[in-house]
Design a protein around this ligand. Structure first.
Ligand SMILES: Nc1nc2c(ncn2[C@@H]2O[C@H](COP(=O)(O)OP(=O)(O)OP(=O)(O)O)[C@@H](O)[C@H]2O)c(=O)[nH]1
Ligand SMILES: [Mg+2]
Length: 364
């Protein structure tokens, strides 16, 4: 009998499947662990990069904390000028203007968080359905030689809004007072004391404002620019909502050019920012942008003070000269009047409308 070959079939399918599954599970865990470790390394690198960047920002922030008036343009630029009224805490006044809800109060909170390292809160940051800023408020005062002045967003510019703008620029509407649009009476910018005026204007625009790309904001800013220009005031522009701009994939250059047309600011004086929200971690990009805006505004504010003080000094010198000239003429008239054949007629009677030559001619 031939050897019987017994073939035993073993069903290994389940085992193979199980082994395969086990292998896959191990691979999955290995993969996940590897990814987690990579993420950890990346997060560590990111946080170290942020730390390094924040250390650099801190240098700039400390310079702003130690800011004293004239330190950017150099004290030599103010030689011969009386600047003690500005050279004091809160002396240089920077006013923020722009449409309602553009982010003025939020930008001030961002500045405070950057400089003071704590978030002021959102007392007058617009909430849905709520009212935004109504009163003139000053911030970042402390011992620093500058302060930021928050104003109410104007819907559009009529005569009453223009009057309010002039009154804000001159300091006629004081810190703490309500900005209402009930009067058409405005103060003359050249008359107010320099120390009470705003020395620099910061225009604040939301980068997602649909009026910006349509070109409609030009009409909004023109009345302000017309008041500022003859008075030597120039503006810096902050474009807020950078996060929204990026989310919507809008083109930054197009927005910048539209903002430049609307505000008249050259491109170097336009800055994008995403404002801080409450409890947000420190962000070097936000803080660098904040430093850029403040440094530019302070430099331009110093320039405004220098030009205006020089202008007033020259005007005062001219007045003194005129006065001295008037006195000299009067003395000369008196002298001639003693020899005047018609002495009985006092020279003052002829007034100073006569030139010295006419008077001498008359006497001789
Ligand atoms: N996403 C985003 N929201 C912002 C930014 N800046 C401001 N906001 C929001 O915009 C709204 C208006 O901000 P405000 O700071 O109150 O604007 P405002 O210009 O002070 O408004 P008025 O005082 O009414 O003139 C608030 O809900 C802010 O949280 C930003 O950069 N990004
Ligand atoms: Mg506000």
């Amino acid at each position: 009998m031939p050897n019987e070959v017994k073939v035993i079939y073993e069903d290994v399918t389940d085992r193979t499947i199980e082994e395969e599954l086990k292998k896959q599970r191990e691979m999955f865990w290995l993969d996940t662990r590897k990814k987690k470790e990579e993420e950890k390394v990346k997060a560590k690198q990111r946080s170290e990069k942020i730390k390094r960047e924040l250390a650099n920002v801190d240098k700039r922030v400390n310079e702003l904390r130690c800011y004293t008036f004239a330190s950017l343009c150099g004290i030599a630029a103010f030689e011969g000028l009386e600047v003690r009224d500005i050279l004091r805490p809160g002396g240089l006044r920077i006013g923020l203007f722009g449409p309602a809800g553009s982010g003025k109060s939020s930008f001030i909170s961002t500045c405070e968080k950057t400089i003071k390292k704590k978030f002021r809160g959102s007392a007058d940051v617009k909430t849905e359905g709520g009212e935004g800023t109504v009163r003139v408020m000053d911030y970042v005062s402390g011992g620093w030689h500058f302060k930021l002045i928050d104003t109410r967003g104007f819907g559009s510019y009529g005569r009453k809004e223009i009057a309010a703008f002039k009154n804000l620029i001159t300091g006629t509407i004081k810190i703490g007072q309500e900005i209402n649009f009930t009067t058409e009476q405005s103060s003359d910018i050249m008359q107010g004391k320099i120390k009470n005026r705003m020395h620099q204007v910061v225009f604040v625009i939301s980068g997602t404002d649909p009026r910006l790309l349509k070109g409609d904001l030009t009409f909004y800013f023109n009345p302000m620019r017309e008041i500022m220009r003859p008075n030597g005031l120039a503006a810096v522009t902050v474009i807020t909502h950078l996060d929204e701009i990026e989310k919507k994939g809008l083109d930054l250059d197009t927005i910048k050019e539209s903002a430049s047309r609307a505000t008249g600011c050259d491109l170097a004086k336009l800055f994008f920012i995403k404002n801080y929200f409450a409890d947000e971690d420190r962000d070097p990009d936000i803080e660098n942008a904040t430093c850029d805006v403040l440094e530019c505004a302070l430099r331009m504010g110093e320039r405004y003070v220098r030009i205006t003080k020089n202008r007033e000094k020259r005007a005062a010198a001219r007045q003194d000269e005129d006065k001295a000239e008037g006195e000299t003429l009067e003395a000369m008239f008196q002298n001639y009047s003693q020899h005047c054949p018609c002495r009985q007629r006092k020279p003052t009677k002829f007034g100073l409308n006569w030139t010295a030559q006419e008077y001498v001619h008359h006497c001789l």
